[in-house]
Design a protein around this ligand. Structure first.
Ligand code: PMP
Length: 360
């Protein structure tokens, strides 16, 4: 088996050992004579897999007891609508911080349900920074404040958690969950599509404070109610059971690596190496303010964009996959999630240096 280094933004790299274990257990899970995919989601076997995954996530993120963990469907994009539906709780306004493309999508969806106050926008910096706390124009009557701590496309990361007083803070952690330690108690709700740092697509993890449940607006579809999901242990209907199982294997793997703190140390080191190389190269560039650089998604441009196609073809031939930037911005992007090993970043830097030398 040859495994390339995969820098895809999502669906993204998964740990090889997780894939190997899934392969071993595929046709006959724990001697039961069937695969996880073929099992009733109500069987004691699957329920034990589901509960263990939740407990491992709780341990990894030190999720307080007054938070529910939901395993939902419809990707992070469905949350853009479910958030106003469930969290307006009789109010008519929500605050949103705009730091790029995923913020904008969340804002567009929220506008279908409420008045959106843009508490701050990074548009002035070309979405190359995140607004500081003292630039946030928060409303006292907002139902919640929404932001995206790590913009996957722009590679922009908040270097602080916004202080919102009594107004619940809601965060789209799709591309940075489990990459660094986070104090969950500072949030009303955290959500993340699974296909980056959690597991395969098809699952979206929601971590929500219990007191925010139960006041969904009239007409909220049953499947979109956090309370229904919570009351039914995320099994009101048939959940994406195989994705849930694989997420559980990834959580076990993270624990074996030493947990989130140990992962964060590696992630910081991987990101620093790559940014240091880019900054010193004179050939590549990253436009993001230094204190807001993502440690998960590293966009970069080449000195001459006429070389982009060659760079992508040669990197792919060298076993470095999916380095094209998002289709909306072009350039390059290396997503270096938890499952991308440090050796992958080393190989990328080596390739970039050779490419720069050849083409300077
Ligand atoms: N938010 C962020 C920060 C993302 O990176 C993405 C996907 N790249 C989404 C939301 C949308 O996720 P999904 O495709 O699961 O709906």
């Amino acid at each position: 088996m040859t495994r390339a280094f995969n820098f895809c933004a999502g669906p993204a790299a998964l740990p090889t050992t997780v894939l190997e274990r899934a392969q071993q257990e595929m046709a006959d899970w724990h001697g039961k004579g069937l695969s996880i995919m073929e099992m009733s989601h109500r069987s004691k076997e699957f329920v034990s897999v589901a509960e263990k995954a939740e407990q491992d996530l709780r341990d990894l993120m030190q999720i307080p007891g007054n938070y529910k963990v939901l395993f939902m469907q419809g990707g992070a994009s469905s949350q853009f609508a479910m958030i106003p539906m469930n969290l307006l709780r009789g109010k008519s306004k929500a605050d949103y911080i705009n730091t790029g493309q995923w913020s904008k999508k969340a804002i567009a969806e929220a506008k279908r349900y409420c008045d959106v106050n843009i508490a701050a926008t990074a548009e002035g910096s070309g979405f190359c920074s995140a607004p500081a706390q003292n630039e946030l124009n928060l409303s006292a009557d907002a139902a919640y404040v929404h932001y995206c701590p790590n913009e996957t496309i722009g590679g922009v990361k908040f270097d602080y958690i916004p202080e919102t007083g009594d107004v619940p803070l809601v965060a789209d952690f799709s591309s940075s969950i489990l990459s660094e330690e986070v104090d969950v108690s500072k949030f009303g709700m955290i959500y993340a599509g699974a296909q980056k740092n959690i597991g395969p697509a098809g699952l979206c993890v929601v971590i929500i404070r219990e007191d925010l449940l139960g006041e969904a607006i009239d007409g909220t579809p049953t499947m979109f109610s956090y309370k229904v999901a919570a009351d039914n242990a995320s099994m009101y209907n048939t959940p994406p059971s195989y994705s849930w199982y694989l997420a559980g294997l990834v959580f076990e793997w993270l624990k074996e690596q030493g947990g989130v703190a140990a992962m964060a140390e590696i992630n910081q080191r991987k990101a620093k190496k790559l940014y240091d190389y880019i900054d010193g190269s004179g050939f590549y560039a990253n436009p993001v303010a230094k204190n807001n650089r993502s440690i998960m998604n590293v966009p970069f441009t080449l000195k001459d964009d006429a070389l982009d196609k060659t760079f992508l073809a040669e990197s792919e031939a060298a076993g470095l996959l999916n380095l094209a930037g998002h289709r909306s911005v072009g350039g390059m992007r290396a997503s270096i999630y938890n499952a991308v090993p440090e050796a992958g970043v080393d190989a990328l830097i080596e390739f970039m240096a050779e490419f720069a030398e050849k083409n300077s």
